[in-house]
Design a protein around this ligand. Structure first.
Ligand code: SAM
Ligand code: SF4
Length: 337
């Protein structure tokens, strides 16, 4: 195994696909396991991968070095399944600190926050820059429906603990017709009171149960209509963030990630890796390319970098070009959202 020893004098050549989209953001799923059973994500009876198939801390460290120092990725998001189920999470984050001199700008985490209260301080000490926390409802019963019967209390305590530890938090809420449109305003009120940015996410056809239908999507326009019932809503200038942002007249900011009604594939700068080390260039890719297998078979960094460049080069146009191609064998808890 060859590890790159020192920062290079010049920045690495950026990695791009055949449509000219440069990749700067990498999301790595650390486990496909989860302590929640959100129906819009998890299969009914999930079959989890063996622990031995998962990338180890050392393998993660090597892959990350490659993506940052060789391929120009500068933002890392650790996700899952539930990343807090990994006992070595703080270690993985502290390993990633070594990539800052190579150009890594942010280390972020996405979590359901149920196990966060006791670990927020350690995560801050390990060097996490920010946290996205999923919160789909304020009503405990609706929260239960959308989490597979879990309680909202530890999640709210986790959010508080992260704030107390000084970690910037953003909230994410998946909105599903007939289940939690009525929570759009309560979530906005909670976020405003807590001074936390909130993003609503359209329900995507990536659920492990295959229950997605278009009429269950609450599109961006409808989410805005709900918000306008209580707030004056001003659109903010669009960046290349997947969310469109709005300012409410209470001063808080909300975003809407409209993957279904307004896909942002043309500016996609993301790559994804599953917990067993498969590279998925797109959230909607049907298959991944294993980086783990060649790595375990002794491939050197140059060979791995070439494999990654070729896979990324061949990335599909995306959901916008193929709105039917949600039919794939991997569920969201494996791919990481
Ligand atoms: N367990 C963590 C959590 O829930 O935040 C991290 C993993 S989860 C797969 C990452 C994100 O994907 C969450 O914000 C979740 O709401 C979102 N997600 C999962 N399934 C989805 C779907 N079918 N449509 C839209 N978002 C989805
Ligand atoms: Fe778990 Fe997150 Fe999927 Fe919910 S959305 S089941 S918390 S991985």
């Amino acid at each position: 195994m060859t590890l790159l020893p020192r920062p290079t004098a010049s920045p690495p050549a950026p990695i791009a696909d055949r449509f000219g989209r440069i990749k700067r953001k990498l999301r790595i799923s650390l486990t496909d396991r989860c302590n929640f059973r959100c129906p819009y994500c998890m299969p009914e009876s999930p079959e989890f991968m063996d622990r031995a198939d998962r990338l180890s801390r050392a393998e993660l460290s090597r892959i990350l070095m490659l993506f940052v120092a060789e391929l120009g990725v500068n933002r890392l998001r650790l996700t899952g399944g539930e990343p807090l189920l990994r006992r070595d999470l703080e270690g993985i984050i502290s390993d990633a600190q070594a990539l800052r001199p190579f150009g890594l700008e942010r280390i972020s985490l996405t979590s359901n926050a149920a196990l966060l209260e006791k670990r927020a301080g350690a995560l801050k000490a390990a060097g996490v820059d920010d946290l996205n926390i999923s919160l789909d409802a304020m009503d405990p019963a609706i929260f239960g429906t959308l989490s597979g019967g879990r309680s909202i209390k530890p999640v709210l305590a986790g959010i508080e603990a992260a704030r107390d530890a000084g970690i910037p938090v953003k909230l994410n809420a998946v909105i599903i017709r007939g289940i939690n449109e009525g929570e759009i305003l309560p979530l906005a009120r909670y976020a405003a009171a807590a001074r936390l940015p909130l993003r609503y996410i359209e329900f995507m056809p990536l659920d492990g149960r295959g229950e997605w239908t278009r009429d269950r999507v609450v599109p961006q326009a409808d989410i805005l209509e709900h918000l306008r019932a209580e707030f004056a809503v001003t659109a903010l200038p669009r960046s290349n963030d997947p969310a469109a942002y709005y300012e409410l007249d209470d001063g808080n900011e909300v975003g809407i990630i409209a993957t279904v009604s307004n896909p942002f594939c043309a500016s996609c700068d993301r790559l994804r890796i599953t917990a067993d080390g498969s590279l998925y260039p797109c959230l909607f890719s049907k298959h991944g390319i294993s980086l783990r297998d060649p790595m375990r078979a002794g491939a050197d960094d140059a060979a791995l970098a070439q494999l990654i460049r070729t896979t990324v080069w061949n990335k599909d146009a995306g959901y916008a070009a193929n709105p039917g191609y949600s039919d794939r064998p991997i569920a969201m808890n494996s791919l990481g959202g």
